[in-house]
Design a protein around this ligand. Structure first.
Ligand code: CIR
Length: 254
């Protein structure tokens, strides 16, 4: 059974961090509806959703992906790169404690989970404005005894590694070559985002299903042509907060 830890949208979402986007009004009611639908889609795919209450003082706390990496053997609590997000770690550590032994990234390491892409025993970590080499070295020390190999990947032009690349099938990645070097992922089949759809690389794969946003129809068509089974889900409000689909959950096997 897979578990998804989620957290309801903070009523302070309009004060979220923004790095590459211009601030636009976020409709809180609509954001909540879309988030509830996200949780429903996960449930419909057989995932048990553990939905945490909103954190009124932590604007970005709906984006739980950034606060931990959960692997089969352990979990690592991150140290989010934005200071406003560092207090999000405490409650996530309580939520994860029943499931995994917990490790943590310490200063001067900074790490956002959005910069982590796990493919089997390889952990790709984006070097971005949020994640640094100190965190990668700490992860290496924590993960080496479990047989994981880490690869640092330079990210340019977007917030996180997973804004630029996600895994959509066992050996297939969806990638925006403007933000991350496709040569780093030459071992995989690659589906490129349509050039008009820069933000289209963030897809959420649950087994043989890919949850995907309808606002990227040209890239969606490419995914369908590759034989992938898509479930469309609108996340337009949280996209204004520079979030996407993977960011709103921590998914792992129980
Ligand atoms: C932030 O800047 O931290 C949030 N406004 C968006 C975080 C999105 N998280 C993700 O892509 N993993």
């Amino acid at each position: 059974m897979q578990i998804a830890i989620t957290r309801k949208v903070s009523p302070a979402i309009s004060q979220c961090e923004l790095t590459h986007l211009v601030r636009q009004p976020i409709d809180f009611v609509k954001a909540n509806e879309q988030h509830a639908r996200y949780e429903d889609v996960l449930r419909s795919l057989g995932v048990r959703v553990v939905s945490m209450l909103a954190e009124p003082d932590l604007p970005d706390s709906v984006f739980v992906e950034d606060v931990a990496l959960v692997l089969d053997e352990l979990a690592i609590l991150t140290r989010p790169g934005a200071d406003s997000r560092k207090p999000e770690v405490e409650s996530i550590s309580i939520a994860l404690k029943p499931y995994r032994e917990l490790f943590e990234i310490k200063a001067p390491g900074n790490l956002d989970g959005g910069d982590i892409l796990q493919i089997g025993k390889t952990i790709y970590v984006g070097i971005s404005s949020r994640s640094n080499l100190s965190a990668i070295h700490q992860m290496q020390d924590i993960l080496a005894p479990f047989g994981y190999e880490l690869k640092a990947i330079q990210v340019e032009g977007c917030l996180h590694l997973k804004s630029a690349i996600t895994l959509v099938a066992d050996q297939t990645v969806l990638i925006n070559p403007a933000w991350v070097d496709p040569a780093e992922f030459s071992a995989f089949q690659q589906i490129l985002v349509h050039p008009d759809e820069g933000y289209a690389a963030n897809a959420l794969r649950i087994d043989q299903t890919v949850i995907y946003q309808p606002c990227f129809p040209r890239t969606g068509q490419r995914l369908k042509e590759a034989g992938l089974n898509l479930v469309l889900l609108d996340a337009s409000e949280l996209s204004k907060a520079e979030g996407a689909l993977t960011c709103c959950s921590l998914i792992f096997d129980q």
